[in-house]
Design a protein around this ligand. Structure first.
Ligand code: KIV
Ligand code: ZN
Length: 561
């Protein structure tokens, strides 16, 4: 890289618009959306879609709610031509959907396009030519008049052929390609001439599409260009202003959103941002951004996984894990503090009721609104802590760890997962929990426990394996657990007390079992939790006490070595 890049690269000149209005505006409604997946998206694929893939994609776009769909470049290839014919001849385009076709300002291509459109109900004919200084100089070798003439002549050629599409409703769209790199005054001059040639009126509006074919500046510059253009356009009410951004600087979404503030009414883009180089604008992101501001976008992404599957199957592309809204990991928190906050947020939402305003830290949208599941939200790796760990045990297995155990197991699980060195599944996490808290069985393993009592005094008889030998013991207390503690201590166990107890049921109905959490504590302070599971609450607590003592013994032995 150059230490002084200014000898090779120049900053893009700003637009002179000191009284720009867009920074003070808000986006208050959804724009008209036009999907260009089947054209701009398709032409960027290493392996472009065939007719049946395009058909599957088209149906999905219709299902989502697109009313304008650029279906291809019918003069460019046989597949493109056949696809449009198939849509028309098999009557596959709903009455409220406009198919859009792209064409360059060349007579033979316009001819072929008109032929492909025969019998269409509603179509947008989209003509473009490039207008920027570098395209004028390097690609076309033409001056400004020459470039303007291409646009006007192309428009005339389309207009002259319209009688051949009698019976069809046609809207005309013109794009000064590379608009964002074109002097605004010249882009305006070309578009004004095209509008005049077409005879645009408020009843017969033209679509003026202002492409950011290549991002060359910060998004505020594009917004200035769009606002300047709109404010200076004669006959403004005869045009629909459309934007079409790409993503070379990674700000395609921002550029579109600022252009909407600047007055654009229509947005072209693709699902998940597929498109040339770094891609087109990702319409999913802009639409769902609107949704999170309380605005219905007019596009239904409530089955986003399904949409993504179709997209991946048809295009052969994949959606990046971090792609806003649609990426696999975008609703997932691994970090402990994030998990904690999300868990609290979910609990607060549950308490606030179904009509509460969404307010969950780290999640700008309720994943369920777009068909994603809460179970994806919290995943556990070595960065996770008590929040994530306990959330997973709760949501997957109905195990509600008491808070002191959440803290203890959170730290323990964290160390174990660090050793494992990867994300763990919920089942693996439960296994870690079971091995540590439920399964320790030495020195004590329960064989049989029976308790009964009168007048608040409970007596118990217990058979146990102790260090591999069966023993029978008995004791009394004010409940079964106190009786067990007495029995154990009379059989040589060092003094201890129950310092924590809680239990709840696991599952429902006849399959329900009980899970019991007990902490035992030596007089000198060492304390350990144990967990027991059984169909009987009493036995669950007995097992929990023995597991706690077993853990205590293990750790005392380790300490003394
Ligand atoms: O990016 C672009 O400029 C285009 C035009 C054809 C609209 O795709
Ligand atoms: Zn494009």
């Amino acid at each position: 890289m150059l230490r002084n890049p200014s000898i090779k690269y120049q900053p893009f000149p700003p637009v002179n618009l000191p009284d720009r209005q867009w920074p003070n505006r808000k986006i208050e409604r959804a724009p008209i959306w036009c999907s260009v997946d089947l054209r701009d998206g398709n032409q960027s694929l290493p392996c472009p879609m065939n007719v049946s893939q395009k058909l599957e994609f088209f149906r999905e776009l219709v299902r989502i709610g697109f009313k304008e769909i650029e279906v291809g470049f019918p003069s460019a290839s046989n597949t493109e031509f056949r696809f449009l014919r198939r849509l028309i001849e098999d009557n596959l385009v709903p009455d409220d959907v406009w198919v859009q076709v792209l064409v360059q300002a060349r007579e033979e291509l316009i001819e072929k396009t008109i032929e492909a459109l025969r019998g269409v109900k509603h179509a947008i004919i989209h003509l473009y030519n490039s207008t920027s200084p570098s395209q004028r100089k390097i690609v076309f070798g033409l001056d400004k008049n020459g470039i303007k003439e291409i646009a006007v002549r192309g428009t005339r050629m389309v207009k002259e052929r319209l009688p051949r599409l009698a019976g069809s409703q046609i809207i005309y769209q013109y794009s000064p390609e590379s608009f964002s790199a074109t002097e605004v005054e010249f882009a305006l001059e070309v578009c004004t001439a095209v509008m005049e040639e077409w005879g645009a009126t408020p009843e017969k509006k033209i679509i003026l599409n202002l492409p950011e074919t290549v991002e060359v500046a910060t998004p505020n510059v594009y917004a200035d260009q769009v606002e300047w253009f709109i404010r200076n356009l004669p006959n403004r009410e005869s045009a629909i202003i459309s934007v079409h951004t790409h993503n070379d600087r990674g700000t395609g979404v921002a550029a579109t959103e600022l252009a909407l503030l600047a007055g654009a009414e229509r947005v072209e883009g693709t699902l998940f941002g597929n498109g040339e180089r770094t891609g087109n604008l990702d319409i999913v992101t802009v639409a769902l951004n609107l949704y999170t501001q309380g605005i219905w976008p007019g596009l239904d992404f409530s089955q986003i996984e399904h949409t993504r599957t179709i997209y991946e199957r048809c295009t052969g592309m994949t959606v990046h894990e971090r792609q806003p809204y649609s990426g696999e990991l975008v609703f997932t928190a691994f970090s402990g503090s994030h998990q904690d906050a999300i868990k609290k947020g979910f609990a607060a939402m549950a308490k606030a009721g179904p009509n509460a305003i969404w307010d969950v830290p780290y999640l700008i949208l309720d994943p369920q609104d777009i068909g994603r599941e809460y179970r994806e939200v919290i995943r556990v790796n070595s960065q996770s802590g008590k929040g994530g760990v306990s959330y997973l045990l709760e949501s997957e297995f109905g195990i509600y760890l008491p808070r002191p155990l959440q803290i203890e197991f959170g730290a323990f699980a964290n160390d174990r997962i660090d050793e494992i060195g990867r994300e763990v599944t919920a089942a693996e996490l439960k296994q870690i929990f079971w091995e540590e808290y439920v399964e320790p069985n030495s020195p004590y393993e329960l064989i049989h426990f029976h308790a009964d009592g009168v007048d608040g005094v409970v007596g118990c008889r217990v058979s146990l394996m102790k260090n591999g030998e069966e023993i029978r013991i008995s004791g009394e207390g004010n409940g079964p657990l106190a009786a067990l503690a007495a029995a154990l201590q009379s059989a040589g166990e060092s003094p201890f007390e129950v310092s924590f107890y809680s239990e709840h049921s696991l599952g429902e109905g006849t399959d329900a079992t009980a899970i019991s959490y007990i902490q035992v504590k030596r007089p000198e302070g060492l304390a350990r939790f144990g967990v027991g599971v059984d169909t009987s609450i009493e036995l669950a607590s007995v097992k929990a006490m023995l597991a706690a003592l077993n853990r205590l013994h293990r750790d005392e032995t380790q300490k003394s070595h």
